[in-house]
Structure formats: C-alpha cells, structure tokens
Design a protein around this ligand. Sequence first.
Ligand code: NDP
Ligand code: 5RP
Length: 476
Amino acid sequence: MAADIGVTGLAVMGRNLARNFARNGFSVAVHNRSRAKTDALVSEFGHEGEFVGSATAEEFVASLSTPRKIVIMVKAGGPTDAVIDELTPLLEPGDILVDGGNAHFADTRRREAALKEKGIHFAGVGISGGEEGALLGPSIMPGGSKESYAALGPLLEKVAAKVDGTPCCVHVGPDGAGHFVKMVHNGIEYADMQLIAESYDLLRQGLGLGAKELAEVFRGWNTGELDSYLIEITAEVLDQVDAATGKAFVDIVLDQAEQKGTGRWTVQTALELGVPISGIAEAVFARSLSGHADQRAAAVNLPGPSGGTVTGARAETLVEDVRLALYASKMVAYAQGFDQIIAASKEYGWDVDLGSTATIWRGGCIIRARFLDRIREAYDESGDLPSLLVAPFFAKALEQAQQAWRRVVTTAVELGVPTPGFASSLAYYDGLRRERLPAALIQGQRDFFGAHTYRRVDREGSFHVDWSGKREENPA
Ligand SMILES: NC(=O)C1=CN([C@@H]2O[C@H](COP(=O)(O)OP(=O)(O)OC[C@H]3O[C@@H](n4cnc5c(N)ncnc54)[C@H](OP(=O)(O)O)[C@@H]3O)[C@@H](O)[C@H]2O)C=CC1
Ligand SMILES: O=C(CO)[C@H](O)[C@H](O)COP(=O)(O)O
C-alpha cells in the first residue's frame, strides 16, 4: 500500500515526527541517508503504526501515494539542498516537498522558486517543540502556496499540538513566511531564555538563594502570569543535582551558551528590515559574550562590584520586582518579534495574520506561554496595532510593572550583575514612550559633517545648514 506521507531525515526531530504521523493513523514512508536510523525506527517503533522503511531515495519516493508529500527533516543549509537535489529528479509535477528544518527563509524562497519551475510545490514549514513536541504535538508554522497547504494542512493539523481543541498550525503565508515566523519564534526564545537567566542570576547574587530555592521561586511564578514552558523547565533544571559531585547541576555546567544560528539570523534580518529588536539582539550578544572565555578570564579583575547581597526593604521586594521586570521585558521581546513579522509581511507581501500566529505559539513550541492568549486577543481586536505594547492589556500590565523594572535594573547596576536583557528592554520602552528623542542632535551632527540634511518639526521639506560658511539654512 502506498504511504500517505514520507519523512526523510530520521534524527531526533524526523524520527519523532514520523512516529507522530503514524500514531495519528497515517501510513508513513521513512528514509534516512544512513540506513541504520531507518532500521532502528522501524524495529523499535514499528508497532506504533504503519511504517514503510526504504534504503534508497528511489524506493522511498516509489513507496508514496501521489501527489507525494515528503517532509525533509535534516540539518539546515547544504544538507537540505543535497536532499532536495537527490529527490527532485524522482518527483512529478504536483508533488509537495516540505522542509521542516530550521531553514533560513531566504533559502526557502530560493528553493521554492526553483522547484516551482518544475511544477513541484515546496513548502517551508517551521516546526517547534523539540524532540518531545515532534512526538506529542509540535507547533507548526507552514509557509508555501495555498494549494500545497490544502493538501498538507489536514495532516499537519492532525499531528500539531492542540490548545482548547484548536490546532497550533495555521497556514502562515506564501513562500518563506513559515520559516520567517519560525526564525522569529527562535529569536523570542533566545530573549526569553536570557531574561530568565538574568532573573536567576540577580536573585542568586542579590539574595544569596541556592539553586533549589530558586527552583521553588520559578515554580511559583509558573502558576501566574508568567506560566510558560520555559519557566517550567527552568525550575526542573535548577532542581537537578549532579550525581557525580552532589552539586547543583547548574553549577557544574560550563557557562558558555552555544547557538545554532536562528537567533543570529533574526537579528541580521531585523537590521536589514530596520526593525529595532534590541532585546532579542542583546540575548544573542549575551550568548556570544559568554563564549569569549579568554577575554572573560583576562577581564575578571577589572574594577567594579562583583555581586553582594541586597538587604532591608529592597531584599523583601526583590523576588516580586524581578518577576515583574521579567514579565515586562518579555512583553517587549514579543512586541519586537511581532514588529519584525509585520515588517517582513509588508516587504514580501505575505499578509501574515498576527492573531493566528499568536494562536499557533500557544502550545507545542518552546515559547508557549499563557500570555499568548492576550497577544492573540490584542491582534484580533486591532490588526493594525502600532505596537503590541500599546494594546490596553499590555499598557496596563506595563504600568503595573514599570517601577519594579526600574528598581531591578538599578539594583543590577549597583551589584555589577549584568542584565542586558532587562536594561535594553527598559531602554526600548522608554525610547518608545519618549515624546522627543535625541535623534534630533544626531541629525544635526550628520548634517554638519556630511551635509546629510534634516527635516524640521515646523515645515515640510529637507534642509541643510552651510556649517563651514555663514551657517545659514537652505532647502536641500
Ligand atoms: N533538535 C531540535 O530540537 C530541533 C531541530 N529543528 C530542526 O529540524 C532539523 C532536524 O533536526 P535534528 O533532528 O535535531 O537533526 P540534525 O539537525 O542533527 O540533523 C541530522 C539529520 O540530518 C541528516 N543529514 C545531515 N547531512 C545530510 C546530508 N548531506 N544529506 C542527507 N542527510 C543529511 C542526518 O543523516 P545521517 O543520520 O545520515 O547523518 C540526520 O538524519 C534541523 O533543521 C533542525 O534545525 C527544529 C526544531 C527543533
Ligand atoms: O528550533 C528550536 C526550537 O524551536 C531549537 O531548539 C533551536 O534551534 C535551538 O537553538 P540554539 O541551538 O541556537 O539555542
């Protein structure tokens, strides 16, 4: 019998996605470059559903019902191109190739355009949730044509996570829209993780709390507004004890955060689109700084406070203040991420629905959080919000949090605890709400040294001052 869907690339994500399809009643053709992973999947999990294992790409393609639907789950970049190149000559017009990896959206656009010429649909589909999500229900962000989604959608929606019965899977938009939204998801993931790490660091330094006590703090936070997957797993990580040493697990892990590239892409793309995603950028840079071990070792004795505990009234409110600072900074990260999606949607004509995007992030993915319901409501109520932060729910929450946020940044600065995420998010917030910014002075400087011209607050047009002459203003 011909299989309903194929999965090629059977490492942690592909294997579990294939099992998810099979557990949901689809027959699944499975294939991997090296045969061992295919055999292992069929022998270990064959009882979970109907799998058709193939040793070669030819067998794999031949085992699928037409039009073929093939999900590629391999390393992003060259490996994805290699798989596409191997499969394409075996496919027919109307077949659908899905890239479920973390591809750069520009690669997806290039691949879709090339395959379109051969009549093959190419859909870049963001998938989040890690190993467990792929098996039990990920958040799925499909791009590609409406036509490809008409065929793929029912399968993807069946295996996606569900929240209140709604699948965390909606057609995001054409060509690279799905992978773009997944990239921004990962950028927000970086920001959220950095903010949580700063909260942990400041409370540990400022109050002298141990890892187990901090696990309890995070567990408590997870019952309120901050309820989210990342807060939940933070408590688990902090609770973990290293079997070899009996120390807190977090204390035996090397403090150098790695990255595979999606956070960096988010920032690079934001720079190109001119969108200030400063909180996300700080999170990427904080990981980079952590990895500069030699510089850190050389700088360790530079002057400045190195921790120290907070006492008195400030100590009593620090946990709640940090919770509020985390909540407010997290709102900024999401607002910046959504701004970036809006900018790309306009640039590429994707028409991404922001409320639906918030809906698909409510479950299954790494950034799933209770407050995504509020984001969905905000964009459903007003699709052209100038910033998420001005939506009534968020404006009110920021009002309640902003004084605590300032106290937290002040405390961190006094203690010498680096909080780039909190500080830059607060600076972004203050920058947005400032009636007049010092950008006017920058314009003056630009006009002085480079005759770059400026606009006036009281008249239309561009102007230039003859700085090296009589310093008179002339229309540019
Ligand atoms: N891991 C995670 O939590 C998440 C990963 N992703 C993305 O999903 C995709 C798969 O991730 P993951 O499961 O972690 O696997 P990896 O990213 O570790 O990729 C391993 C898979 O890629 C295959 N592969 C590598 N090079 C080639 C090549 N040149 N030709 C053919 N196949 C090749 C490997 O085959 P072989 O066994 O023969 O070496 C193996 O099946 C990636 O794009 C990743 O970014 C998305 C969300 C979460
Ligand atoms: O895509 C993901 C989740 O949605 C991965 O977990 C993500 O790639 C991890 O990124 P990094 O290794 O850069 O921290």
